[in-house]
Design a protein around this ligand. Sequence first.
Ligand SMILES: Cc1ncc(COP(=O)(O)O)c(C=O)c1O
Length: 483
Amino acid sequence: MDPFVNDYASRARAMVASEIRGLFAVAARPEIVSLAGGMPYVSALPLDIVGDMAGRLIAGRGAAALQYCTAHGDPGLREQICEVMELEGIHAHPDDVVVTVGSQQALDLVTRIFADPGDVILAEGPSYVGALGAFTAYQADVVHVPMDNAGLIPEALDEAIRRLAADGRRAKFLYTVPNFHNPAGVTLSAQRRGRILDICASAGLLVVEDNPYGLLGFAGEPLRALRADDAGGVVYLGTFSKTFAPGVRVGWAVAPPAIRDKLVLAAESAVLCHSSFAQLLVREYLCSQPWRDQLKVFREIYRERRDAMLDTLGAVMPSRCQWTRPAGGFYVWLGLPRGLDAKAMLPDAVSSRVAYVPGTGFYADGQGAQHLRLSYCFPDPDRIREGVRRLAGVVAAQIELRGGDSGVRQPRASAGPVGPARSRAAGPSRRWRDGQGASTLPVPASVTRMASIGQVDAASSTASSGPTSACTGLDRSSSFSRK
Ligand SMILES: Cc1ncc(COP(=O)(O)O)c(C=O)c1O
């Protein structure tokens, strides 16, 4: 019994372990194929070279790397962050950038400076679980806005804003993950981006654009960021967790000057400053290593794993299941047949040695029971195939238990090319709400096409990644060899 149980602040009472956290301990057991966590595949980095860089950083610039710095972040790193964001059409000044401890801290800081208890935050349904954790920690009231396969639905956003206004309420900001959504795996279409910005601008609503996966698309150029078209109305969040390594905990926010100043003050009171060592390591990495080539390596690895997952789902999953077909990023969002509950099914899945994240973790209001998130970023393709086969067996058994025909297929000998999405013939787009056509969600041809072409990004194959003026000044004798 906790002797201080009655002493906690009310905001601490709202803090509960996420569905994912509880799962990590179980999913880490070697016999279990974990399709649950979204851990980047950092083994694809040339770790010996990164180790070398770290050693040289301490030996050559240890007095700075091991010292305090400012909460705004290292100026050279901020310059390089601006260069990275150019790939998505953002032309920002380094002064507009605030370095954070991953984009998770940026989410915390943005919420801290905007949300009082009871304030409304609009967020896609489903939404990134870590963002929901930050919002509830500040006792914000999350109102979900539905998505479909082209991302957030503009009409639904408009409607949500109007509904709030009719109740005398106004949201503090819209939180959105436009690219390769976590957990939904879909991307906000280029056509919808302007419309979403227009709706928010006319409502005076700030947009918080969280974009960890934007450079991990499997086809074509990176999509233009929302921030690229609205510097005054968007706070953009980025991170090196997926494009370099989550262990360095380096992310950033780009914000209009007034918001930026508040973010710096909030960061100062939270952590004084960020790790100088981590910032200089990332700066050195961007200066001295062919990071654009490394992005291609990551994209190829994740594309192969995405294909392994989609091929196997198509081959073995009971026919009444539906899933999204991500064109980048880490996640597939799977809808179960009506009557099945992903959370209730999880113990059976773990007994069958496969783990996933139940959909309810991605909603603040109890929706999502009929969905689950599958990650393909970490296990190798054979493990992914095995995990999906095990999951298909669990789902089929659940369907049969309820007296239904599982429609289960015989596994194919080899996983062949990605077949057409089973749901594509289902007609016009429907929203993702349990009981509202979730099992007939169609995939627009554009998403399917992008997912199956799988070309590498032309910009990154031609662009140079040579040293810039923002380098840390270390000897750069070693650089990554292409994998
Ligand atoms: C959508 C989204 N936002 C933010 C984060 C946090 O990333 P980090 O704090 O490692 O930068 C994640 C991590 O999975 C994510 O998926």
